[in-house]
Ligand binder design. Structure first.
Ligand SMILES: [Fe+2]
Ligand SMILES: [Fe+2]
Length: 282
């Protein structure tokens, strides 16, 4: 059995008493391990929400970072101080310096808040661009390639090259995949590699149907036509998986997806736990 609890998100379950912050973190319980996927924007909200939900971050043995942006990594220092000695999985490009364009000022740094040396002082860092098994049946996608679909990107995200500013290729963006007997569960961080690209990569790597997609899909810059295209691929190419999208998915996309898949779309607010069964384990 796999239980995925939304620990930090832009919105919380009404009445939960949890703090809402722009960012994302999931606490994952498997039969063998306690995992953390991303850490939200700061340690205060991560720790507050975990405590409120009765989830002990000191029990986390393995953590995964979807990408370097601070709404996913701002709580990393706190997470690693509690889960001291844990393994930390990420793409090697996570240490590339990244920036966000601003109207009046120099682009703002939006890379990792900790250096590699600082991380290695308290965690066992595992960098790979290939799929890696984090726990039994739980894998990173590795680098998402190819990326024919254009969604997930933002013109404001930049890297600095010898020739000047350039669009961020988001090489570090990875998802987590649960390879269950009932189909794959794909967990996105910010979906910068593209929702459709990530689903195609997961299916190519692990095979079988995709039963559910969770997390931030970064569809907020898309128009209705582009979202309709995604809906038709989800329906015809993937058999309408269940959708537990949140964070940066965007109100317009969430509304159109829930109209298209009324029985398959579930709000996934902080404080919500979703259970996925595996027939081979029950
Ligand atoms: Fe991001
Ligand atoms: Fe994000």
């Amino acid at each position: 059995m796999f239980i995925i609890t939304c620990l930090v998100n832009d919105e919380t379950q009404p009445g939960s008493g949890l703090r809402a912050e722009h960012g994302l973190s999931f606490f994952i319980q498997t039969d063998e391990k306690r995992l953390l996927f991303d850490t939200g924007p700061n340690g205060r909200v991560l720790l507050y929400n975990a405590t409120k939900l009765g989830l002990d971050l000191r029990g986390v043995s393995d953590a995964v970072l979807s990408h370097s942006h601070p709404d996913h990594t701002g709580g990393l220092r706190t997470a690693l101080s509690l889960a001291r000695g844990c393994k930390l999985f990420a793409h090697p490009a996570i240490f590339q310096e990244r920036f966000r364009r601003r109207r009046w000022w120099r682009p703002k740094y939006v890379g990792l808040p900790l250096s590699q040396r600082e991380i290695e002082e308290c965690a066992e860092l595992k960098l790979s661009s290939q799929p890696v098994e984090v726990a039994p049946q739980v894998w990173t996608t590795g680098e998402v390639a190819p990326r024919p679909a254009a969604e997930g990107r933002s013109a404001r995200h930049l890297i600095h090259t010898p020739r000047g500013w350039a669009p961020d290729p988001y090489a570090d963006d990875m998802a987590l995949v649960f390879d269950t007997s009932r189909g794959l569960v794909v967990v996105l961080g910010c979906g910068h590699a593209g929702l459709l690209n990530t689903l195609a990569c997961a299916r190519r790597t692990f095979g079988g149907r995709i039963q559910a997609v969770l997390g931030g899909a970064h569809l907020l810059d898309l128009g209705e036509e582009e979202i309709d295209h995604i809906i038709s691929i989800l329906r015809e190419g993937y058999g309408s998986p269940r959708l537990y999208l949140n964070h940066c998915t965007g109100d317009r996309a969430l509304s159109l997806l829930s109209q298209a898949f009324p029985d398959q779309t579930v709000p996934y607010l902080a404080g919500t736990s979703i259970e996925f069964l595996d027939d081979r384990r029950e």
